[in-house]
Design a protein around this ligand. Sequence first.
Ligand code: PGA
Length: 230
Amino acid sequence: MKKLVLANLKMYFNITKDIQDYLNNLNDEKENFIAFPPIIYLEKFLNNGFTCGIQDISVHKEGAHTGEVSALSATDLGAKYVLLGHSEIRQKGESDELINKKIKTALNHNLKAILCVGENLEAYNQSQTKEIIKNQISKALKNIDEEIMISYEPVWAIGTGKTPTNNEIEDVVSYIKSLFNYKIKVLYGGSVSEKNIETLNQINNLDGFLIGYAATIPSSLRKIIEVAKK
Ligand code: PGA
């Protein structure tokens, strides 16, 4: 089954030349993944024909909110998706309640929301993964009936080179799916790379991958896309 490939490029590119090299290098793959570029390069990705999302949105519609990006401006430019609840933003104090409001803002502006959920290492060691995830999902999706996607991202797996076992991921994915009355798409994120993609791709109930660092390296992303197509 073909799986979705999402590239969360975080703040990895800081000069225009690097972005241009990246776009040139992956031009023939642009239909095969969804890019979440640093916001300042969103327009450049879109102008080059890449399908894009943004890494976060403001909860506010408009107004005096220095440094924030509105959902309206993102859709106006052509973004189709938004990542919400990423652990790197949660760690700065973003609450489940705020994530809930941001998801509503996103859906009101026709942005498809991808809600990131996952446990930290302590919770993982205490086998509290499902409890944490259920709590994050029920709060973030309170009073929301529209379909969204979920990305399961254990905090301890992000940027560390560590991943849960295939059985562990499969178990969490099937648990997440059991919480919904529609066929929700569930992705996995956290140290997905060209080295472990063959293994991770064997997880049958998974609908795709959210890739951070490895997605910044064109040859790695290419390999991941090739395997995820199978
Ligand atoms: P990583 O990041 O692939 O660099 O671990 C994944 C993510 O944060 O979405």
